[in-house]
Design a binder for this molecule. Structure first.
Ligand SMILES: CC(C)(COP(=O)(O)OP(=O)(O)OC[C@H]1O[C@@H](n2cnc3c(N)ncnc32)[C@H](O)[C@@H]1OP(=O)(O)O)[C@@H](O)C(=O)NCCC(=O)NCCS
Length: 166
């Protein structure tokens, strides 16, 4: 990969937004959005941010714990905002924050937040180094620091599982 491709980029370059209108096929028989459909959208929204930042293909390596805070109904608009929190070597943590907008009631509520780790790969699936990310705002700096702590927790958990298998 060329040096130019590895030039550090600000978090804002990765910021992405995806909007979905919830249709009956996205919902259970009671008209509430399926958790699995929301997880699919979260994965896609995360991929948008990592593609913009890394300018490469990427695969999802892991998704951290997700809580669904409020129900989402057919007819609601779901807005997913994503950006790169921190880059390691070949992987990057992306944060996705999900909101539900009810345009009739004119309300916006926080539905869920998720942290995903993507690994950058080339067309043959070989891992690629990811350019560093530059946090600029206080919030971006907090997310950057938190992402470092989360990475340590993930590594501890992977290690614990590996030992449990032996
Ligand atoms: C993700 C994947 C590329 C990691 O491969 P691996 O050989 O286990 O990789 P390594 O242990 O050498 O780690 C490579 C990077 O992935 C990260 N990684 C690996 N497993 C991870 C996990 N469970 N969570 C977060 N990061 C992980 C490592 O920390 C490392 O990051 P770094 O280079 O920034 O330090 C591989 O497991 C894979 O291809 N998985 C399938 C991905 C996929 O198909 N996703 C779609 C959903 S099915």
């Amino acid at each position: 990969m060329s040096d130019e491709m590895l030039t550090p980029r600000p978090v804002r370059d990765s910021e992405s937004e995806m909007t979905e209108l919830v249709l009956p096929n996205d919902a259970n028989p009671l008209g509430a959005l399926l958790g699995g459909r929301l997880m699919h959208w979260i994965d896609l929204a995360g991929a948008l941010a990592v593609h913009r930042h890394a300018r490469s293909y990427a695969v999802t390596a892991s998704v951290d714990h997700i809580d669904f805070l409020v129900p989402v109904r057919v007819g609601d608009m779901v807005v997913l905002k994503s950006s790169v929190n921190r880059v390691f070597q070949t992987s990057a943590e992306v944060g996705v924050k999900v909101f539900v907008e009810n345009y009739l009631a004119d309300t916006v509520q926080h539905v869920a937040s998720a942290h995903l780790t993507f690994v950058a790969v080339d067309a043959k699936g070989n891992r690629l180094k990811v350019p560093a990310v530059i946090p600029e705002t206080e919030e971006q700096k907090r997310r950057y620091d938190d992402a470092g702590r989360r990475r340590e927790m993930r590594r501890t958990e992977v290690e614990r599982r590996r030992k449990a298998k032996q």
